[in-house]
Design a protein. Structure first.
Length: 319
């Protein structure tokens, strides 16, 4: 019988991290500076473990290789997506990610296109999203001279906002923001600026100016996305984006929500509430902070309760 694959997250300590992943989601943390919860990941820097059923104890990367039928016999050699929750107690570095061609040729892994759902944001919180340089030469000059206030675009954010961040986009998450990030399975980041801050040993983190200049999109262009919402009684399905790499949705459940899949598998993160997942005459209790994969063969399911969920599935390039 097909079952959901519940996952044990992996936590990453970061210079900008805090304790909200414990206070808000109830995760047991080993540090006061945990910045990232890798919730659904088969990336070698943080591989999640299956927690239930016949595959309990298996690593997701091994399952992808040994049981391709669970994922619709995919063509990719590696699990293509990664879901994170980030707690920005402090500002993240200003950074940019490469596309697949540059990432594979220079780093030996996929590029990194990502998107953000704002789970919470303190009053006055901002993100950096794009830049004002018109040419590569102007970008280099402004970086070299440290004209950060003139170069970087700052955008205020609030709970429920969504941002698509294609590779080549200069960006940073500001302090006081918690997000759920859906991204390609990559850990390649080029730092443009890190506020000259030092770690506990008085060492500044490495910058990657040359790589950043090579991969940044100039001039910056805001991607066009069309958010749509489908209401079902008191529940709703919001489609944030359907892209080459991933499709991302919000399922807001107030009572019952029936869903039909059109993808080989679906990644699911419960960001608030409590309820039940039902399919194949089986019922599974789900609550805030739980993450799971609905494998191939799960075509329809019902959600019951009071739930806020972010779900994703592979996009056109990954099918």
């Amino acid at each position: 019988m097909t079952k959901p694959l519940f996952l044990k997250p992996v936590f990453q300590e970061k210079i900008w991290g805090g304790e909200k992943l414990s206070t808000e989601f109830g995760y047991e943390l080993t540090s006061k500076t945990i910045g990232e919860c890798w919730a659904i990941s088969a990336h070698p820097h943080g591989v999640c473990t299956i927690e239930n059923g016949e595959f309990s104890g298996e690593k997701l990367d091994d399952l992808w290789k040994k049981h391709p039928e669970l994922f619709g016999h995919p063509k990719e050699k590696v699990f293509p997506l990664l879901t994170k929750i980030l707690d920005a107690e402090d500002d993240l570095s200003v950074q940019v990610h490469p596309d697949d061609f540059y990432g594979l040729s220079h780093e030996g892994e996929l590029g990194k296109t990502e998107c953000w759902y704002i789970i919470s944001a303190e009053p006055g919180s901002e993100i950096i999203y794009g830049h004002h340089a018109k040419t590569k030469d102007e970008l280099k000059r402004m970086i070299d001279s440290g004209e950060w206030d003139d170069l970087l675009r700052r955008i205020p954010v609030k709970k429920g906002d969504f941002f698509y961040v294609p590779s080549g986009t200069i960006h940073a998450i500001g302090s006081g923001i918690m997000i759920l990030e859906t991204q390609q399975s990559s850990d390649t980041t080029y730092r443009v600026y890190d506020y000259d801050r030092e770690d506990d040993n008085g060492i500044t983190r490495e910058l990657h100016i040359q790589q950043s200049l090579e991969v940044t999109t100039v001039p910056h262009v805001d991607p066009k996305i069309a958010v749509t919402q489908l209401n079902e009684n008191k529940s709703s399905i919001t489609t944030f984006i359907e892209s080459d790499y991933f499709n991302v949705y919000e399922w807001n459940v107030n009572g019952i929500l029936d869903i039909q899949s059109h993808a080989p598998y679906t990644l699911v993160s419960v960001i608030d509430g409590f309820g039940y997942l039902k399919f194949d005459e089986q019922s599974y209790e789900i609550s805030k902070g739980m993450h799971f994969i609905l494998p191939n063969g799960v075509d329809t399911w019902s959600l019951k309760g009071d739930l806020d969920i972010i779900a994703s599935e592979p996009g056109k390039k990954n099918r």
